[in-house]
Design a protein around this ligand. Structure first.
Ligand code: TYD
Length: 218
C-alpha cells in the first residue's frame, strides 16, 4: 500500500489557482513523490472534446441540464482514466477544479438542483474524494481584471464564454465557495488569492507539508 494524496484547487476565474497548483506540483516533485497534475474540464482526450464544447461561446444556448451533464461526463471519464489509477499507484494527484466547481457554478450560481448535483458527483467520482481542497479566494473585481489580462494574450475567437459572464454570477460563485468551505472545514481551506504568488505558494505548501511525512493510506 502506497501513501497517496488527492488535492484539488478551486476558486473564481482569475484567482490564481492554476499558477498555484503548478507551483505546488513542482515543489512536491522535488520530494521523490510522483505527482499527476490534471484539470477539469479536460483531463482526458474525451474530456478535451467536452471542454471545447463547454467553453465555446457558440454553445451559449446549452441548456443548464445539458451543461451539468457534460461537466459530469468529463468527470466520470477523468476519475476512471486518470485519477483513480494514479491514486492506486500511490501517486499524488493535484487537480485544477473538481466537483466543488459543479456544486458552486451549476448549483449555487446557476440554481440547479443541488441534490441532483450531489448525486451525480457521487456517481461520477465512484468513491474518490479529495483529501484536501484549496479555495483561492479573491474579490471578483480582481479576478476579472486578471482573467481579462490573461485573455488578451490567449483568447481564441469564439472561446471562453465564462469570463464574459456578469459580475453577479462571479459574486455568487465566490459566495458559494465560502459557504462550501464553512460546511466542510476539515477538507476545504480558504487561502488569500490577493497575496503575491510567492507568498501564497508558501502558505499552501505549509498546509501540505504535514502530509509529506506520511500521506494518506491508499
Ligand atoms: P477554465 O478556462 O479552466 O477556467 P479557470 O482557469 O478559471 O479554471 O474554464 C473552466 C470553466 O468551467 C470555469 O468557468 C468554471 C467552469 N466549470 C463549471 O462551471 N463547472 C464545473 O464542474 C467545472 C469543473 C468547471
Amino acid at each position: 500500500m502506497g501513501c497517496t494524496l488527492f488535492i484539488t484547487f478551486e476558486g473564481i476565474e482569475g484567482c490564481g489557482k492554476t499558477t498555484q497548483v503548478r507551483r505546488l506540483a513542482d515543489n512536491i516533485k522535488g520530494m521523490e513523490i510522483t505527482v499527476v497534475l490534471t484539470l477539469e474540464p479536460g483531463g482526458t482526450r474525451v474530456g478535451q472534446d467536452i471542454r471545447r464544447m463547454l467553453l465555446d461561446s457558440r454553445n451559449s444556448n446549452l441548456t443548464p441540464l445539458a451543461e451539468l451533464l457534460l461537466y459530469e461526463a468529463d468527470r466520470a471519464q477523468h476519475v476512471e482514466e486518470v485519477i483513480k489509477p494514479a491514486l492506486e499507484e500511490g501517486k499524488w494527484v493535484l487537480c485544477d477544479r473538481f466537483f466543488d466547481s459543479t456544486m458552486v457554478y451549476q448549483g449555487y450560481a446557476r440554481g440547479q438542483d443541488m441534490t441532483l448535483i450531489g448525486d451525480l458527483n457521487e456517481k461520477c467520482c465512484s468513491g474518490i474524494l479529495p483529501d484536501l481542497t484549496f479555495v483561492v479566494d479573491c474579490p471578483v473585481q480582481i479576478g476579472i481584471k486578471r482573467a481579462l489580462k490573461r485573455n488578451e494574450v490567449h483568447m481564441e475567437e469564439g472561446q471562453d464564454r465564462f469570463e464574459r459572464e456578469k459580475r453577479d454570477f462571479h459574486e455568487a460563485v465566490r459566495k458559494g465557495y465560502l459557504k462550501m468551505a464553512m460546511e466542510a472545514p476539515k477538507r476545504i481551506v480558504v487561502v488569500d488569492g490577493t497575496l503575491n504568488k510567492d507568498e501564497l505558494e508558501k502558505v499552501i505548501f505549509n498546509y501540505v507539508r504535514p502530509f509529506l511525512a506520511g500521506g494518506v493510506e491508499a
